[in-house]
Design a protein around this ligand. Structure first.
Ligand SMILES: NC(=O)c1ccc[n+]([C@@H]2O[C@H](COP(=O)([O-])OP(=O)(O)OC[C@H]3O[C@@H](n4cnc5c(N)ncnc54)[C@H](O)[C@@H]3O)[C@@H](O)[C@H]2O)c1
Length: 260
C-alpha cells in the first residue's frame, strides 16, 4: 500500500468536530474514535464535566465540554461562539443528542410527545442552523451529520414509540432539505440511521425491561445489536474529504434489520 494513502483519505487532523449529547453512549464513542482520527472536539452535554472529557484527554486529545441543552437556541449560539473562541473554527457537527420513551399514543402525554420532538428534531434543527450560520459567515466548507435511526424508516415492535419514530423520519427529511439549502455554501448534510445499538438507551434496565430485550432478540438478523464503534467508520468517512460528493444521503447501519 502507498504510504500515507489511507491517512490522506480519512484523516481528520486539523478539523474541529462538535458532538451533541457527547457525554455517554454513542456520542462518547464517536468522540473517542474521532479524536483518534485526529479531530479536535467539542461536546454539548446537559451536565458538563463529562467522563468523555477525561477519556479523550487521557489519550492526549483536545476536547471542550460545554453545558448546552440543544433545545435552547440561546445556549446553542453561545456554545458555538465558545468553540470559535477556543479553536477559531468549526468544521463538522454530529447531531447525536436524543431521547426516547416507549408508550402508546393514549398513554403518552402531549408534553412527552413534545419533549421527544423538541430534542430529536427541533434540537438538531437549531444546532444545524446555528452551526451553518457561523460556517457560512467564516467561509468554512462544513459538514453536518445528523443521527437519525432505522425508526425513521420502519416501525419498531413490540414497543410503541410514535413520537420517536416521527422525530427520526423528520430528521431524515430535514437532512435532505438542508443539504439542498446549503449546497452552494459547500456545507454537506447527511444522516446516519442506526439499528439497535448497545447503549444505555437500548440496554439500561431502568429504561428497557428484560421482557422487551427478550422480545427484540429474535428480530435481529445478525443475532445481536450493533456496537457503537460500528457506526464510526461511516462517520469518519462522511467527515473526510473522500466523501466530498456525498450530501443529502441517509446511511442505514442496521445489520439488515430493515431488509427483512
Ligand atoms: N441506542 C440505539 O439503539 C439507537 C438506535 C438508533 C439511533 N439512536 C440515536 O443515537 C443517538 C444517541 O443515542 P444513545 O443510544 O447514545 O442514547 P443515550 O441515551 O445513551 O445518549 C443520549 C445523549 O443525549 C443527551 N441529551 C438528551 N437530551 C439532550 C438535550 N436536550 N441537550 C443535550 N444533550 C441531550 C443525553 O444526556 C445523553 O448523553 C440518539 O439520537 C438516538 O436516538 C440510538
Amino acid at each position: 500500500m502507498q504510504e500515507g494513502f489511507l491517512e490522506k483519505m480519512f484523516s481528520l487532523k486539523g478539523k474541529v468536530v462538535l458532538v451533541t449529547g457527547g457525554g455517554r453512549g454513542i456520542g462518547q464513542v464517536i468522540c473517542l474514535q474521532l479524536s483518534r482520527a485526529g479531530a479536535d472536539l467539542a461536546i454539548f452535554s446537559r451536565s458538563g464535566a463529562s467522563q468523555t472529557k477525561q477519556l479523550v484527554e487521557s489519550e492526549n486529545g483536545n476536547i471542550l465540554d460545554i453545558r448546552v441543552d440543544v433545545t435552547d437556541e440561546d445556549q446553542v449560539k453561545k456554545g458555538i461562539d465558545q468553540i470559535f473562541k477556543k479553536y477559531g473554527h468549526l468544521d463538522v457537527v454530529i447531531n447525536n443528542a436524543g431521547v426516547c420513551y416507549h408508550k402508546t399514543a393514549f398513554e403518552a402525554s402531549l408534553d412527552e410527545w413534545r419533549q421527544v420532538i423538541d430534542v430529536n428534531l427541533t434540537g438538531e434543527y437549531i444546532v444545524c442552523k446555528e452551526a451553518a450560520r457561523q460556517m457560512i459567515k467564516n467561509h468554512i466548507s462544513g459538514n453536518i451529520i445528523n443521527i437519525a435511526s432505522m425508526s425513521g424508516h420502519i416501525v419498531n415492535i413490540p414497543q410503541m414509540q410514535a413520537a420517536y419514530n416521527a422525530s427520526k423520519a423528520g430528521v431524515i427529511q430535514m437532512t435532505r432539505s438542508l443539504a439542498i439549502e446549503w449546497i452552494d455554501n459547500n456545507i454537506r448534510v447527511n444522516s446516519i440511521s442506526p439499528g439497535y445499538v448497545s447503549t444505555p438507551m437500548s440496554i439500561d434496565p431502568a429504561f428497557v425491561p428484560q421482557e422487551l430485550l427478550d422480545a427484540w432478540k429474535p428480530l435481529f438478523p445478525m443475532h445481536r445489536m450493533a456496537k457503537p464503534e460500528e457506526l464510526c467508520g461511516a462517520i469518519i468517512w462522511l467527515c473526510s474529504e473522500s466523501a466530498g460528493y456525498v450530501t443529502g444521503a441517509d446511511i442505514l447501519i442496521d445489520g439488515a434489520y430493515t431488509v427483512v
